[in-house]
Design a protein around this ligand. Sequence first.
Ligand SMILES: N[C@@H](CCC(=O)N[C@@H](CS)C(=O)NCC(=O)O)C(=O)O
Length: 219
Amino acid sequence: MSEFIVHSIPGSPFGRAVLIALEEKGARYQLRPVAPGTLRLPEHLSLHPFGRVPVLEHGGFRLYETGAILRYLERILPAPALIPPDPHQAARMDQLMNINDWYLFQGPGMVIGFQRVVGPRLMGIAPDEAAIEAVLPKAHAVFAELSALLGRQAYLAGDAFTLADALVAPQMDFLSMAPEWQALTVQRSNLVEWLARVNARPSLRATTWERQTELARAA
Ligand SMILES: N[C@@H](CCC(=O)N[C@@H](CS)C(=O)NCC(=O)O)C(=O)O
């Protein structure tokens, strides 16, 4: 099977989800680093017309949109399965992947993730406290729902690790670096336990921000 090439900004939560799935499946891949300031340049727009990451290339096939990439990987690398065979659990997994894209990332992920992590770490920008304050009610609503859906299960869609965990964990890991994480999880300890469980997996340990930076340097 030809090698997988992942174009991403090292540290990007969406890019990490793709790397996690490849690691879970034991696939060989190359991380091709994209510099944050180059997303709107013609070279990157020729890979991703909306100027985002990640982009997957595989044997001449190119694909963007993380959910589509994850499901493509599942179809061509079916073992170990990351989609549950049970229709209810599979539907729950799909629902959680949409919650990630529509409610967790758009709002809490983008605002808190950028203001607390990306801006200060990569650009030396001070956080916009008013923007963070404004997004907190939405963040609480999303965390409450994630906590309710997780319940006492080991993973988001049941007792096995699925694509939902691969997609949501990098966003939550990012948010766990922000001081708001404490208030968002104090009544939702199952989310903290879940993140620790997921973070202990070899696929997550192999794709930390630091590890991605090393991989990108070697590319
Ligand atoms: N819907 C896209 C979202 C990808 C996305 O927003 N990626 C972020 C990095 S985690 C990005 O490229 N941000 C750059 C920007 O918004 O300019 C997907 O699922 O792949």
